[in-house]
Design a protein around this ligand. Structure first.
Ligand code: SOE
Length: 381
């Protein structure tokens, strides 16, 4: 089979720069793709770190200015792995230059900025996607299949949590590499945009739109030194957030996220209860889907722990033999495979910028509700 290729230019070499580079490299080994990605150029400001990143991951060339990267005629896809405050500027410039755009989550700092991004990307008519990777954990994709088959029946409850504990120390500064997540000027919000955005993206995909929310947030450590300025500054992000939600399908939901749950590193869990069946999933045991079906014979009823590793489970036929597990990094490989297949077939892979804007609107409503103390209706795309 002859393959077309698309040249990728990535902006950012941090944690996400590594997950994406790994995905672009591995995808060609495991998936039969009509289009292959070429790791053409990487862009970052620190030349030494950039060189090390290029050498380690096999990027062919390096640029220290993302505008130059976008100007290059040999780049087809711009992949954005920078902190949230630069997504819009880079994505809009890339779209105007006719490049396809893959953008790290969350799409934008807030809904209005996201609207501008959607307008520009759709005006340019370029392929686009946002890296909400947890949709592509095979067990989560399998849950989607079971729901779409109608196995759960009417949905009553959706419950999601994303718990971490890495910001409990008051000595941790805000700002700079990795810690930009604590700086509202770079991140837009705290756990709402960083962690609950994942939970919301999955929830909208599995259970449809959310129409209203009521929320509370807290910032436990009020001041932190800023890594870049050296000054002690007010912390303006939400350290923790919990909200109730009503979905359009009539189901009720609870969502909770914090970086102050001592003992939990990345405990993303979700549970959905339907009329006939329930599903539950846990990122710390990500290859399993828990499933309970009330239609089983009474004395055999119980929670099944399905090891989602067989050839007829989503994505798994591309990997090893049945029973052997894959993990976190593979969700990014799946995302690249789906994106390239979407480009080849003309049917875009989700979540597009437009899909991700809906998540942004829920985040905005959550933060507004936490401020006002009132239920808040969610704006829709
Ligand atoms: C924060 O610690 C973080 O790295 C998020 O930024 C990611 O989106 C999440 O997948 C894991 O946690």
């Amino acid at each position: 089979m002859s393959h077309k290729t698309l040249n990728v230019g990535i902006v950012g070499y941090g944690f996400m720069g590594r997950t994406h580079a790994n995905a672009f490299r591995k995808v060609v080994n495991f998936f039969d793709l009509p289009i292959k990605p070429v790791l053409k150029a990487a862009c970052g400001r620190d030349e030494a770190k950039l060189k090390d990143y290029c050498d380690r991951w096999g990027w062919e060339t390096a640029e220290t200015d993302w505008r130059k990267l976008i100007d290059r005629k040999d780049i087809d896809i711009i992949d954005i792995c920078t902190p949230n405050d630069s997504h819009a500027e880079i994505a809009i410039a890339a779209a105007r230059a006719g490049k396809m755009v893959m953008c790290e989550k969350p799409l934008s700092m807030d809904g209005p900025q996201g609207e501008e991004m959607v307008r520009e990307i759709e005006k340019a008519g370029v392929a686009n996607m946002v890296w909400y990777n947890y949709r592509r954990v095979p067990a989560v994709t399998f849950a989607k299949q079971l729901i779409d088959e109608g196995r759960l029946g009417r949905i009553f409850h959706y419950r999601a949590k994303f718990l971490q504990d890495w910001t409990i120390s008051a000595d941790l500064p805000q700002g700079g590499a990795g810690l930009w997540r604590l700086d509202a000027a770079a991140a837009g919000s705290g756990v709402t945009g960083d962690l609950l955005a994942h939970c919301i993206d999955t929830a909208l995909w599995l259970n449809g739109n959310i129409n209203s929310v009521t929320a509370m947030t807290e910032t436990f450590i009020k001041e932190r030194k800023h890594s870049l300025t050296g000054q002690t500054q007010e912390v303006k992000i939400d350290d923790a957030c919990a909200f109730l939600a009503r979905f359009d399908n009539g189901s009720l939901a609870t969502f909770e996220s914090t970086r102050y749950a001592r003992g939990h590193k990345a405990l993303y869990t979700l549970e959905i209860n339907g009329e006939h069946a329930s599903v539950a999933w846990d990122l710390h045991d990500l290859h399993r889907l828990q499933y309970f079906d009330h239609r089983d014979r009474g004395n055999l009823r119980g929670w099944r722990s399905i090891h989602v590793t067989d050839g007829d489970h989503p994505y798994m036929s591309q990997w090893w033999v049945p029973g052997l597990q894959i993990g976190y990094e593979h969700t990014f490989v799946h995302q690249v495979a789906d994106f390239l297949q979407g480009v080849a077939s003309g049917t875009p892979a989700a979540p597009t910028f437009r899909d991700a804007l809906e998540t942004q609107y829920v985040c905005d409503a959550v933060l507004d509700s936490a401020k006002s103390g009132q239920w808040q209706n969610v704006k829709h795309v």
